[in-house]
Write a protein that binds this ligand. Structure first.
Ligand code: NDP
Length: 394
């Protein structure tokens, strides 16, 4: 029995909305909030439940977040807008005594890069207020963190190395489009690569380290080493990890478009003046590119995201395991909620994380990452709500 406000009704938010609306005993009162009320109304109409509320909210403004929280008095805010809004929504939740969940860590709009520092800094104030924040509860970060916690609980006495592998074997038939927010996506993959080894971060030039991997359900694909945010919390919460790397697949056409866009300056995030108007090139690019939320009917193929862990098993013998999910863009995601698999694999875990909090299976006062809680109920719900996983010895 809970009153829940979902902020950010884009590609991921629409998936959370559909899945939460099917559990009315838990998400008793649901309100959709977004910058544009039309985004909320469109998802509400697709779900077909008249009792869902809608509200316009500018989540860049703490005052506007506080206004909406004071009016609605939710128990929990699920934030699926953009990483730029993390701090304003957390501040609003703190002032109004409301629990918080998100899927991506804070990024300053004017500076490339992301880190947990400013969100973790809320810990003591959330704790003193007796409220909880759950950070990074999508797939990666999110499910990948839970996979590591689950492997540590059930298979490994010591984890030595972790490789997180994110493959998208899907094809939308368009020359170039991103599967989640373009600006956030391109900022992520154009930064320098980074991995953890022997107690320190090591950097690489962007997209220069790569190798072929035979992905279950997809087949061989080139995967590229990039920096990804879950590594920051995982090396903190599992200090035994000696080496951790994150790999993502990209097709040749995607990389070619990216190279051209970078070369002509269209991925720049600094303001430029055009005919007397100040614009940010990457935002112009986003405005003319397809909306990720519209790719559902077009995208065919599968994603495969998982973690390969090496270490010592519970008897102290060397062990290597791979836990992963395969999600079919059409059969799993589109048929269930009308989305492509990237929004789906992010939105389903966000709903499950909220469910864990509302059922008090995951509870604490302060700011937490998902690997700090018991992985078992979350892993059980992944199987039940559309993201079944495999666990294999290698
Ligand atoms: P979209 O661009 O599709 O949706 C973002 C939504 O945020 C838009 O609908 C927009 O609202 C809303 N929004 C933007 N600014 C504001 C604001 N100031 N106030 C209120 N609402 C706002 O993005 P995605 O759905 O693809 O991604 C959503 C989030 O999920 C991102 O943070 C992304 O990084 C994260 N993500 C996480 C993944 C994971 O595995 N952990 C994977 C993929 C994405 P409107 O339509 O009303 O203008």
């Amino acid at each position: 029995m809970a009153n829940v406000l979902l902020i950010g009704l884009g590609g991921v938010g629409a998936v959370v909305a559909h899945k939460a609306a099917r559990l009315p005993h838990l998400f008793t009162k649901l309100t959709f909030g977004s910058r544009r009320i039309a985004s909320c109304e469109a998802v509400k109409k697709a779900i077909g439940r008249d009792d869902i509320g809608t509200v316009a909210v500018d989540a860049d403004s703490v005052d506007d977040v506080v206004r909406v929280l004071t009016q609605l008095k939710p128990d929990l805010v699920i934030h699926t807008a953009l990483p730029y809004q993390d701090l304003a929504i957390m501040e609003g939740c703190l002032r109004c005594g409301v629990d918080y969940l998100d899927t991506a860590n804070y990024e300053h709009p004017d500076r490339p890069g992301f880190e947990y520092k400013e969100q973790w800094a809320f810990h003591d104030r959330f704790k003193a207020k007796g409220i909880m924040a759950l950070l990074g509860c999508g797939f990666d970060p999110g499910v990948t963190n839970v996979y590591i916690a689950w492997m540590k609980k059930h298979h490994f006495s010591r984890i030595d190395t972790v490789d997180i592998l994110d493959a998208n074997g899907g094809d939308h038939g368009l020359p170039f489009a991103t599967n989640f927010n373009l600006e956030i996506n391109l900022r992520e993959i154009t930064q320098r690569g980074k991995y953890w080894e022997n107690g320190a971060w090591h950097e690489t030039d962007p997209l220069t380290v790569h190798e072929t991997f035979d992905f279950p359900g997809i087949g061989p694909k080139e995967k590229y080493l990039i920096y990804h945010e879950e590594m920051e919390s995982l090396v903190k919460n599992f200090p035994e990890i000696r080496r951790m790397r994150f790999w993502m697949t990209f097709g040749a056409a995607y990389l070619k478009h990216l190279e051209v866009l970078q070369n002509v300056g269209m991925t720049r995030i600094d303001p430029v003046v055009v005919d007397g108007q100040t614009v940010i090139p990457i935002r112009v690019l986003q405005a003319v590119m397809p909306n990720p939320a519209d790719l559902g009917p077009l995208t065919k193929g599968k994603t495969c995201i998982g973690c390969i862990v090496e270490g010592l098993d519970k008897e102290g013998k060397p062990a290597k395991r791979y836990v992963y999910n395969i999600c079919d863009h059409q059969e799993d995601a589109f048929k269930d909620v009308g989305s492509q698999a990237i929004s789906y694999t992010t939105g389903v875990p966000a709903m499950i994380g909220a469910k864990m909090m509302l059922e008090k299976k995951w509870r604490g006062a302060g700011v937490f990452n998902v690997e700090q809680f018991d992985p078992d109920p979350f892993m059980a719900d992944l199987n039940e709500f559309g993201l079944p996983w495999q666990d294999v010895a290698l």
